[in-house]
Design a protein around this ligand. Structure first.
Ligand code: O2Y
Ligand code: MN
Length: 599
């Protein structure tokens, strides 16, 4: 038997008996194995070689056009009761779910190879890391898992030592969307995914393990599994402070994680270090601070919109050793996507001659898979077994109106409410009137593996005697002026907001207390060189009491669906804010921003 762990061998045997592959291959994670897989995929056309002069060892994969994104309606949490999964999840009884998906797995690997992928989420030696084994019949999945996780012999050795692991069973199956399931059995530490070869549906270490099963495990074990980037901000004194930030998709998370500070900041010695771009596991250390690791070893990022302006670091790392999925290509076979540059694509993501009548050249959810340490801003601390201490947590969303650029929570309870109230616009629109808003607490809506009410309670439970918890902030880079244009330049200039946050942490920056939290005054932010008009500044920081009463009414309605699972402490905090807004609207005093200074 290839493993010293009976439980693992038995499970692989059981899956093989059901799926009936022609061969079984235990992955060692070596370069030679990766090379062999790539060669095999090049031979079958599963991978296409890109221009090897400009992009050495870069390849293109074109997925089935009906299999291009995560599918939330096929994503299910299978807990003994529906209540445990909560209104935030699709639910199925475990026995029914096993029966449904096992029938699909029956014989599905005939004529194929079954790959066994032992992987570790997080540094191999870290006590914060957790391991899993994915079984798959997709070479593309094996190659991507090699980039995205610590995969192979070292992971297997840790699994054999620990004796426990998350079991992930995957087959591309028939790729029929009607028979596509991504099922999670948190009590069994098991994932069964059938019918998709794409991204989060198939690379089971990412959303399925690190977030859905991870969040469940985290609650049992006293830690947090979050949909957050992690960055280190180095100041001119060479002190590095770490920030974790949660944003729903399309809010610039990857860009923020690889931010290059504006020229003036760089001259003074400011620098941003990337620890992670998507997922953060945090645990209280002996000193009461929260320590975080990025459980991933690579980036599976959205290509469209990535450019020299929006994310020069990402562009630099994509020049070699990258797998692209569903991007377009230029006439000389270089990868291309909308927003990259002014060149014209020759072939679209489906391999057709490019014709604008067919829509974008690159699929809007086209991706790159690349090793994390290829990023010029990659932090060696990403390999630190102890993790990095987090000083600030940032929540954010895309809101064209109502929500100011940045505000700070009064305390942990208020911060948890801020996270629970998060919302983002679902579509880009010319005007904000009627733009649909989706509530997405902590950006975990598609990823929380249990009832959100219990999840909020778990967050609150970290507020204990001796805890030295991070400060919590909310940002909105996307507020628009009367002309419909963004008020804030974003990208590298977001550094100015990060600086204010970190100065709040160290007590070096001031703020104004308002009913929704503490806001910087214009003079508290470094706005040098931005040339923002007074009108733009006023609008960026405006807290309109009537708008916020409506916002909090919507938050109250949203949270009410969690019923008895919603912690009383969170309800009381919400009521406190509603009361403060009511008092502000009744008082004839000056606007909310002119309220008393915060402590
Ligand atoms: O569409 C997919 O399968 C990928 S989803 C994804 C990938 C990387 C990082 N974040 C996400 C996400 O949806 O949050
Ligand atoms: Mn994500």
């Amino acid at each position: 038997m290839p493993s010293k762990l009976d439980a693992l061998n038995r499970w692989v045997d059981d899956v093989a008996k059901r799926t009936r592959p022609d061969h079984i291959h235990w992955c060692d994670g070596s370069d030679a194995e990766y090379r062999q897989l790539v060669d095999e995929m090049l031979a079958t056309g599963e991978l296409l070689e890109l221009n090897q002069q400009t992009h050495p060892r870069c390849y293109l994969h074109r997925s089935n056009p009906k299999d291009v994104a995560r599918v939330e309606k096929a994503t299910v949490i299978c807990t003994p009761t529906r209540d445990e999964a909560g209104p935030n999840n699709n639910w199925m009884a475990p026995a029914d779910a096993h029966a449904k998906v096992d029938a699909l797995f029956d014989g599905c690997m005939q004529g194929r190879t079954l790959y066994v992928i032992p992987y570790c989420m997080g540094p191999i030696g870290s006590p914060l890391s957790r391991c899993g084994v994915e079984i798959t019949d997709s070479k593309y999945v094996v190659a991507n898992m090699r980039i995205m996780t610590r995969m192979g012999t070292a992971a297997l050795a840790r699994i054999e030592r620990e004796g426990s692991f998350v079991k992930g069973q995957h087959s591309v199956g028939t790729l029929d969307p009607a028979n596509r399931w991504i099922m999670h059995f948190p009590n069994e530490l098991t994932i069964k995914s059938y019918g998709s070869g794409y991204g989060g549906n198939a690379l089971l270490g990412k959303k399925c393990h690190a977030l859905r099963i991870g969040s469940f495990q985290a609650r049992e074990e006293g830690w947090l599994a979050e949909h957050m980037l992690i960055v280190g901000i180095e100041n001119p004194k060479h002190e590095i402070r770490y920030v974790a930030a949660a944003f729903p998709s399309a809010c610039g998370k990857t860009n923020l994680s690889m931010l290059i500070p504006p020229e003036g900041y760089r001259r003074e010695g400011w620098r941003v270090w990337t620890v992670g771009d998507d997922i953060c596991w945090m645990r209280p250390g002996k000193d009461g601070r929260l320590y975080a690791i990025n459980p991933e070893a690579g980036y599976f990022g959205v290509a469209p919109g990535t450019s020299k302006k929006t994310n020069p670091n990402a562009l630099a790392m994509l020049q070699h050793d990258t797998i692209f999925t569903n991007v377009a290509v230029t006439a000389d076979n270089q990868p291309w996507w909308e927003g990259l540059d002014d060149r014209k694509p020759a072939k679209d993501w489906q391999g057709r001659d490019y014709d604008p009548a067919n829509g974008p050249a690159a699929h809007p959810n086209s991706r790159f898979t690349v090793r994390a340490n290829q990023c010029p801003s990659w932090s060696p601390e990403a390999e630190n077994d102890a993790g990095v201490p987090i000083d600030a947590i940032v929540f954010g969303g895309r809101r064209g109106s109502v929500v100011p650029l940045v505000f700070e929570a009064r305390d942990w309870t208020h911060g948890v409410l801020m996270g629970a109230s998060m919302a983002s616009e679902t579509t880009a629109a010319a005007t904000d009137v009627g733009v649909p808003i989706r509530r997405d607490p902590m950006a975990m809506k598609p990823f929380c593996g249990y009832n959100y009410g219990d999840y909020f309670a778990h967050w609150l439970s970290f507020d204990q005697a001796g805890a030295k918890l991070p400060r919590i902030f909310h940002v909105n880079w996307f507020r628009k002026g009367a002309d419909g244009k963004f008020l804030w330049p974003g990208f590298g200039d977001n550094m100015r907001v990060l600086e204010w946050m970190l100065k709040r942490v160290t007590g070096e920056a001031d703020a104004l207390a308002t009913p929704i939290g503490n806001l910087p005054r214009a003079e508290d932010l470094n706005l040098e060189g931005l040339h923002l008009s007074d009108t733009a500044l006023d609008e960026l920081f405006r807290v309109d009491t009537a708008e916020w009463r409506a916002e909090e009414a919507a938050v109250g309605e949203y949270l009410a669906q969690y019923g008895s699972h919603l912690p009383d402490r969170l309800k009381a905090e919400h009521q406190r804010i509603v009361a403060a807004l009511n008092a502000a609207s009744e008082s004839a005093a000056a606007p909310v921003r002119k309220a008393a200074a915060a402590s």
